[in-house]
Design a protein around this ligand. Structure first.
Ligand SMILES: *Cc1c(COP(=O)(O)O)cnc(C)c1O
Length: 217
């Protein structure tokens, strides 16, 4: 078994320079994050608010904290002071709340709209039409304290590579309408190589860096 820093080196050596690696550290200890940090990793992804706040308090200040989970509006205020990028924005009301909390903290918060591309019923996200409606609405243009940087998605949890490829490609195709958005966040441990081929610029990798998670989160 390879160490955390060896895993990071291995993955980084395989990805093009324009692709950012997010180390998904949910459920993992501060010691493990520090090992990754010391090997040069600066971008970390978490999907529970309390866990993210605790880690951000305890770990080095120059870490870029990505919130990649499902975000409830009433919890935005806890991460608004420091979060680097919010990946999972899946409603206009959430976007409005992020804008409000960003304003309170006198900053602009970068966001990705989460798009639903999978065949499964369980995943969060907007469909292409809902995302288009938000991006073209007058209310959206009023939000001065958020910037949309791109889109995030999760493919179906399946071994069918053709299916996954089709889902990623559909998001890439959709994103071509918005050349000003530079970030496409898709690809995890099982499918990041395919994701990069299909145009991902941000891969979110947990188990291939830190090992399997002990409990299912
Ligand atoms: C946990 C998680 C990941 C990482 O998954 P792995 O399969 O461990 O690489 C990526 N994205 C999101 C949204 C996650 O919740």
């Amino acid at each position: 078994m390879m160490s955390i820093s060896e895993n990071i080196k291995h993955i980084t050596s395989q990805i093009p320079e324009n692709v950012t690696l997010i180390a998904v550290s949910k459920t993992k200890s501060n010691e493990m994050l520090l090992e990754a940090y010391k090997s040069g990793q600066k971008d970390f992804g978490e999907n529970y608010v309390q866990e993210l706040v605790d880690k951000a308090t305890q770990l080095p200040k120059d870490i870029n904290w990505h919130f990649i989970g499902h975000l409830q509006s009433n919890k935005v205020k806890y991460i608004a002071p420091f979060v680097y990028l919010i990946h999972g924005v899946d409603s206009f009301s959430l976007l409005k709340e992020i804008n409000k909390q960003a304003q309170k903290n006198n900053r602009i918060i970068d966001c990705l709209l989460q798009i639903y591309i999978a065949k499964e019923e369980t995943k969060f996200g907007l469909d292409f039409e809902e995302a288009t409606d938000i991006l073209h609405s007058a209310d959206f243009k009023e939000l001065k304290n958020i910037t949309i940087k791109g889109f995030m998605a999760m493919a179906s949890n399946t071994d069918n590579t053709e299916q996954i490829k089709k889902e990623f490609a559909s998001l890439k195709q959709f994103s071509l309408q918005y050349p000003e958005f530079k970030i496409l966040s898709f690809g995890m441990s099982s499918d990041y190589k395919l994701a990069i081929t299909e145009g991902s610029t941000m891969i979110r990798i947990g188990s291939s860096i830190f090992g399997e998670r002990n409990y299912n989160k």
